[in-house]
Design a protein around this ligand. Structure first.
Ligand code: ZN
Length: 660
C-alpha cells in the first residue's frame, strides 16, 4: 500500500513529507485517522481483560495518534500556505470532526472502561502515576461535560439544545455583523479634521466619506477625530448598535443565555460558567471572581484618576465643553503625545530583524542552556521556512524548531505558534514546533510591538520544545485555555531586560508609556469579562426573559460590584459581545486576565531570585514548562512558585492599587 506523504514517518524528526503532499492527501490522512481512532477505541472498549493504564490510557493515545498527526500537519499548512482546496477540506471536515468527537464522548461503554480503570487504581489493583491519574480524570470530566451519563430523554433534550445553540450562534454573528455595518454613517470632509490624507482616502465612498464601526465600544478613529460632534455620533452609533431595529441581537442573547443555563443544569453543573471553568485550570467561578472583581475595581479607580487628568486637559482644549466617554481616546492620545512622544525610527538600529531574532534565541540560551542550530535540507510546512535543531546544554537533541517568518498571499494574518509533532514519552516523539510571522521580504527593522510578539510566540514554542510528558494529548501547549497564554507572556518579559534588545534608558521610557492609560484599558476589558460571567452565572429564573430587559440586566450586574461609570463603559456591551455569543469564548473571556495574573506573579518570582538566571530558568522549565498540561496546571504553578498566584504583581505592573 503506498504511504500517504502526510503520514509517513521516514523523514528526520518524523516530519510529514510536506513537499510531496497534495491537498487530497490531507483529507485522506484525516479520514484514515478518524477510522483508526474509531477502530482503536472499539478494541479498547470491548477488551474484557482487567483495565490497566497501558490497556486504556496507552491504547487511547495509540488510537488517536494518526488523527493527531494528520490534523497537526493540516492545520499548520492551512494557516501558513492555504489554498481554496485546503479551505474546502477545512469546511467539509469541521462538522465531521465535531460529530466524530461527540460519538466518542457519548459512548457509554467506553466511558465505563475509564471508570473501571479508575476503580482499579483506587483499589490499588493496578499502578498509575500522577500523569496517568490526571489524564484519566480529565478524560472522565470531558465525557461528563458532553453528557454521557444522561438518560435517553435527557440526551434528546441535550441534542436539541446543542442544535438550537449552534443556530443561535450563527444568527448572532450575522445580526451583529449587519448591525455593525448599519451603524456606519456618512460624514462631510470638514468633519474629518484631524485625519491624514491617507486616513481620509481610506474612508472615501461614492460621493463622499463614510465612517464604519469596529467590534469594540471605543472606536480607534475617535482618537484622531478633532470634531467633538462627530466623535459623539460615532460613540452613540457604536453603543446603540443592535439595540432594536432590524438587527436587534437581544432576542438571540436572551435565548442563548437561557438555553446555556438549562443545558448546564441538565449536565449537573450549577451554571454555564461552572461548566466552562471545569474545563479550565480555574475550576470554579468563585476562583475567577475572586481575581476579577478586585482587578476591575482597582482598574476603575485608576481610570477615574485618569479621567480627572483628561478632563482638565480637555477644559484647555475646548473651554466649557463637557468631557464624555466619546472624548476619552481623543484626549488620551493628545496627552500621550505630549508626554511620551518619540520617533520609533530612533530605535531602528536596535530593532533590526536579525538582531531581534538573535536576542530571542540568546534569551532562551541564558535561561535554559539550549542552543539553536540552523539545519538545511529539511522541508517545513511552507516554502521559505528555516528549521533549527534544538539541543539541550548537554548536547541532547530536544526537537526541531521551524521558523516561518515571511508573509505570503496564502498565509493567515498575524503571528502564531503551531505543533507539527507533539512531544510524547509514550511513543518517543520529539517535538516539532513552528513560529509564524508576516514580515515582508523588504523588512529590515520591526516595531517594539513586533519585538514583544516575537518573544511571545517564541514563549509558546519553548513550551512545546521543552515539553517532557508521557502523553501527546497533554504535552506542551496542550493545556487548558486559561493557562496556555501564561508561559508565552512570561517570555515577553525577557524582551524588557535592559541591554538585551534596547538600552536601559529606552526600556524606562517605554515602560512609562506603557503604564499610561492602563486604568481605562484594564477596566474596559475586565468589565466585559464580568459581564460575560454575569450572563453565565445567573440562574435561569433570574435571567432576562425578553429583549427589553437586557440593558437593565447589564447595568444591575455591574452595579453589584460598584463598576458602573458613564465614562468607562465595557469594551463590549452585551448586545455586541461577539466573543461570548458568536465566538467560542462564552464564560472564558476572563482567561486573558487569569494568565496575566500568573505571568506577572511569575516574573516577580524571577526578580526575587538571587542565584543565576540559568538556575531560575531551570526551575521554571522543570516545574512548569516540562509538565505542560500533563499535571493539574495550578498544581504545577504551586510547584514553581511555592504558593497560589497573587494579584499584586499584576497591579503593580499596571500601576494600580487595590481598593481598601
Ligand atoms: Zn499567545
Amino acid at each position: 500500500m503506498p504511504t500517504n506523504p502526510v503520514l509517513t514517518t521516514d523523514l528526520p524528526f518524523t516530519l510529514p513529507d510536506f513537499a510531496a503532499a497534495a491537498p487530497g492527501d490531507y483529507r485522506a490522512a484525516i479520514e484514515a485517522g478518524m477510522a483508526e481512532q474509531v477502530a482503536g477505541l472499539a478494541r479498547l472498549r470491548d477488551d474484557d481483560s482487567p483495565a490497566t493504564v497501558a490497556g486504556v490510557l496507552g491504547a487511547w493515545e495509540d488510537a488517536e495518534a494518526t488523527l493527531r498527526r494528520a490534523l497537526n500537519a493540516f492545520f499548520s499548512v492551512h494557516a501558513s500556505d492555504g489554498s481554496p482546496e485546503l479551505d474546502a477540506i477545512d469546511e467539509e471536515m469541521s462538522p465531521r470532526l465535531a460529530g466524530h468527537e461527540d460519538a466518542i464522548l457519548l459512548d457509554r461503554a467506553l466511558f465505563q472502561r475509564l471508570l473501571d480503570l479508575r476503580d482499579r487504581i483506587d483499589a490499588g489493583e493496578t499502578e498509575a502515576d500522577e500523569q496517568d491519574r490526571y489524564a484519566l480524570d480529565e478524560l472522565i470530566r470531558s465525557f461528563r461535560r458532553a453528557g454521557v451519563e444522561l438518560d435517553d430523554a435527557s440526551k434528546d433534550r441535550l441534542r436539541e439544545l446543542n442544535r438550537r445553540l449552534a443556530e443561535l450562534s450563527t444568527r448572532f454573528e450575522q445580526l451583529n455583523r449587519d448591525a455593525r455595518n448599519a451603524g456606519g454613517f456618512d460624514v462631510t470632509e470638514a468633519e474629518l479634521a484631524g485625519l491624514t490624507d491617507q486616513e481620509r482616502a481610506s474612508l472615501a465612498v461614492e460621493g463622499g466619506h463614510r465612517i464604519d464601526l469596529v467590534n469594540t465600544t471605543q472606536q480607534p478613529l475617535a482618537a484622531k477625530l478633532a470634531d467633538a460632534g462627530v466623535r459623539r455620533r460615532l460613540f452613540e452609533a457604536s453603543t446603540t448598535r443592535a439595540l432594536g431595529g432590524p438587527h436587534d441581537t437581544r432576542p438571540v442573547v436572551v435565548e442563548t443565555a437561557r438555553l446555556r443555563a438549562e443545558r448546564a443544569v441538565l449536565l449537573g453543573y450549577e451554571n454555564h460558567a461552572a461548566l466552562v471553568a471545569d474545563a479550565g485550570c480555574a475550576k470554579t467561578t468563585d476562583a475567577i471572581l475572586e481575581m476579577l472583581v478586585p482587578l476591575a475595581q482597582a482598574a476603575l479607580a485608576k481610570a477615574r484618576e485618569e479621567a480627572a487628568e483628561l478632563r482638565a486637559r480637555y477644559a484647555d482644549l475646548e473651554p466649557g465643553a463637557e468631557f464624555t466617554a466619546a472624548d476619552w481616546s481623543y484626549v488620551e492620545a493628545i496627552v500621550r503625545k505630549e508626554r511620551f512622544d518619540f520617533d520609533e525610527a530612533e530605535l531602528g538600529d536596535y530593532l533590526q530583524v536579525d538582531k531581534v531574532l538573535d536576542a530571542v534565541y540568546a534569551a532562551a540560551g541564558e535561561l535554559y542552556g539550549i542552543t539553536f542550530t540552523a539545519v538545511d535540507g529539511v522541508t517545513g510546512h511552507a516554502p521559505d521556512t528555516q528549521a533549527y535543531e534544538v539541543r539541550d546544554a548537554d548536547g541532547t537533541v530536544l526537537g526541531l524548531f521551524v521558523m516561518d517568518f515571511w508573509a505570503r498571499p496564502t498565509k493567515q494574518g498575524g503571528a502564531w505558534m503551531n505543533n507539527i509533532v507533539d512531544q510524547s514519552l509514550h511513543d518517543g516523539a520529539l517535538p516539532v514546533v513552528t513560529n509564524n510571522c508576516n514580515y515582508t521580504r523588504s523588512t529590515t527593522t520591526i516595531s517594539w510591538d513586533g519585538v514583544l510578539t516575537m518573544f511571545h510566540e517564541f514563549g509558546h514554542a519553548l513550551h512545546g520544545l521543552l515539553a517532557h510528558s508521557r502523553y501527546a494529548s497533554m504535552s506542551g501547549t496542550n493545556t487548558p485555555r486559561d493557562f496556555v497564554e501564561f508561559p508565552s507572556q512570561v517570555n515577553e518579559h525577557w524582551a524588557w531586560t535592559p541591554g538585551r534588545v534596547l538600552p536601559a534608558e529606552w526600556i524606562e521610557r517605554l515602560k512609562a508609556a506603557n503604564r499610561f492609560g492602563q486604568g481605562y484599558a484594564t477596566a474596559e476589558t475586565e468589565l466585559a469579562s464580568l459581564l460575560d460571567l454575569a450572563w453565565h452565572t445567573t440562574p435561569l429564573d433570574e435571567l432576562p426573559s425578553s429583549a427589553d430587559e437586557v440593558e437593565d440586566f447589564e447595568r444591575a450586574a455591574l452595579e453589584r460590584w460598584g463598576l458602573v461609570d458613564e465614562l468607562v463603559p465595557p469594551r463590549y456591551r452585551s448586545q455586541y459581545f461577539a466573543h461570548i455569543w458568536g465566538g467560542g469564548y462564552a464564560a472564558s473571556y476572563y482567561g486573558y486576565a487569569w494568565a496575566k495574573v500568573m505571568d506577572a506573579d511569575a516574573v516577580a518570582w524571577f526578580g526575587e531570585q538571587t542565584g543565576t538566571l540559568r538556575e531560575a530558568g531551570d526551575h521554571f522549565r522543570r516545574t512548569l514548562l516540562a509538565p505542560g498540561g500533563s499535571v493539574d496546571p495550578m498544581e504545577t504553578y504551586r510547584r514553581f512558585r511555592g504558593r497560589d498566584p497573587r494579584l499584586e504583581p499584576l497591579l503593580e505592573r499596571l500601576g494600580l492599587t487595590l481598593e481598601s
